[in-house]
Design a protein around this ligand. Sequence first.
Ligand SMILES: [Zn+2]
Length: 454
Amino acid sequence: MIKFLPIGGGKEIGANSYYLQIAGTGILLDCGIHPRKKGLDSLPLFDLLENYPLDFVIISHAHQDHIGALPFLIKKFPHVIIYTTPYTKELVSVTLHNAVNILKKETAGEDGISFYTHEEIDLLVRSIRDYDYHEEFELNGLNSSCELKGCFYGAGHILGSAMVMIKADDKKILYTGDVNLSGQSIQTGADIDSLGKADLLIMESTYGDSDTKLTGSWESERVRFINDLNKIISQGGSVLIPVFALGKMQEMLMLIYEAVRSGKLTDAEIYTGGIGREISNIYDRFRYAVKRKNPDTELKEIPQSNLNDINDYNHFKKNPGYLLASSGMMLEGTTSFQLAEFLLRQKNFAVFGVGYMDPSTPGYKIINAKKNDALKLTGDRAIKVECEIKRYYFSAHANRDSLINFAKRLKPGAVILVHGEESAQNWIGYHLLESQPGVKLFSAELGKEIIVGD
Ligand SMILES: [Zn+2]
């Protein structure tokens, strides 16, 4: 019998964290924070774990919504062993250190929160056990009634991202984490050839609600994006491209660089900043260790100006270029938000969205605005939109049709859908049942235990 309990995430893209109990061993799959909630509200519901054995945490990749709550978990359950890939381990170190100061600011004044320090992050990272792709590791908990093993497979999402296959006796369970089956600019698609079958598939469903025909392919979006960039640069404008510091920043930097190098895109200044530059160095360091499209190109060799050095944004009028700024959803107070406030007012400039925008974020409001709209980002003050606004679908997640094909290939007896809005899970669920009649289908819901098998 397998028990499955979502303690975060479930029917939303939030603090992803799923408890799995197999043959007496307790495994937490990911341990994220909700990206748009603050303080204690952003954490998974750890209290729900009190009556369950917990032996291991497996981290699929280093995005905050999959790792951000690790320091809190380790304070509550210090005996727990953390497993991930060596690449994710490096990224966890950079992103958790970066989060220390942000969290301190956000939770100031809240009672009962014990903060963590840089020293504690160092200890946590040192305790992580890392295994490369295809390397088997032991997963036997204190009360394990059979032998358990884990193994990582490339998930194609960002550097270090992994699906994990857990084997218990004759049962195989696959957790996809965030998965992309096709390639990006740097990242190759998920490593699915050696996976074989799975009895239980725990699968993300981010894009279940997006029609694949409308969102296009990476390649078709790339052509459209480059054409539009050329237009803005030729009229003397700059383009703000809001990106996540981990993944999207590196993918877009490589895309722009390769397009300039091949003569398809006008050569103009590339601006990057913040923690994304540090993350690019980790991409460089592991460029021959992981499968990627362009191992010979180092991101740090691409000429870039530092956004943090520019105090007066009028600079971009005289020095037009491509502004790769985080955060990806233009959250208030971030560099991309501040740049948007300036760029939106400029004729000939543009804001080009390239990733997922949650409806509750400023990014969503901006990307859905048009020229001449009066846009209210904070308070009552409205900005008259003068610049061009467009959106592109450069996804680091699999589209819904390839998720259905992926599931079909694994021939699972049961599927649990996670990491997707209700409507997204509904679409995937309906089509899964259609393509695999008889499959046992579950939709993850926060705090609701699912029992698979007997
Ligand atoms: Zn992710």
